[in-house]
Design a protein around this ligand. Structure first.
Ligand code: FES
Length: 101
C-alpha cells in the first residue's frame, strides 16, 4: 500500500478542511469524550487521553514540560482539582476534573 492509499479521505489533497476529521486531536467521531478544565478553560477530550496529551492538543505553547513522557522524571506534574499532584503524561483525564500548572 502506498502512502497515498493509506491516507484518510479527509487527508487527501483538495479535501474540504475538517471533512471527516476528528473535531479535536485525539477525538474520533462517535467516540466517548469527557469534559475537563485545563487552567480554568473548559474543554472536551477523548476518553482515555492523558492530561498531557489534552494540554498539548489545547495549546502546545503553554502545556506542561515533557522530558520522559513515561512517568519517570516528574517534569510534567500538574495539580488536579486544586490539591493533588499528578504526572500529566501518565494520568488519564477524568470527567469533571480540573488541572492546573
Ligand atoms: S514527562 Fe516525565 S514524568 Fe511525565
Amino acid at each position: 500500500m502506498s502512502v497515498e492509499e493509506a491516507r484518510e479521505p479527509s487527508d487527501a489533497p483538495g479535501a474540504p478542511e475538517g471533512a471527516g476529521a476528528p473535531s479535536r486531536a485525539g477525538e474520533q467521531p462517535g467516540g466517548a469524550v469527557v469534559g475537563i478544565e485545563l487552567r480554568g478553560r473548559p474543554c472536551t477530550v477523548a476518553s482515555g487521553r492523558s492530561v498531557l496529551a489534552a494540554a498539548l492538543d489545547e495549546d502546545p505553547e503553554s502545556a506542561p514540560p515533557v522530558i520522559c513522557g513515561m512517568g519517570s522524571c516528574y517534569a510534567c506534574v500538574v495539580t488536579r482539582n486544586g490539591h493533588e499532584q499528578v504526572r500529566s503524561c501518565i494520568t488519564q483525564v477524568q470527567e469533571g476534573d480540573s488541572y492546573d500548572w
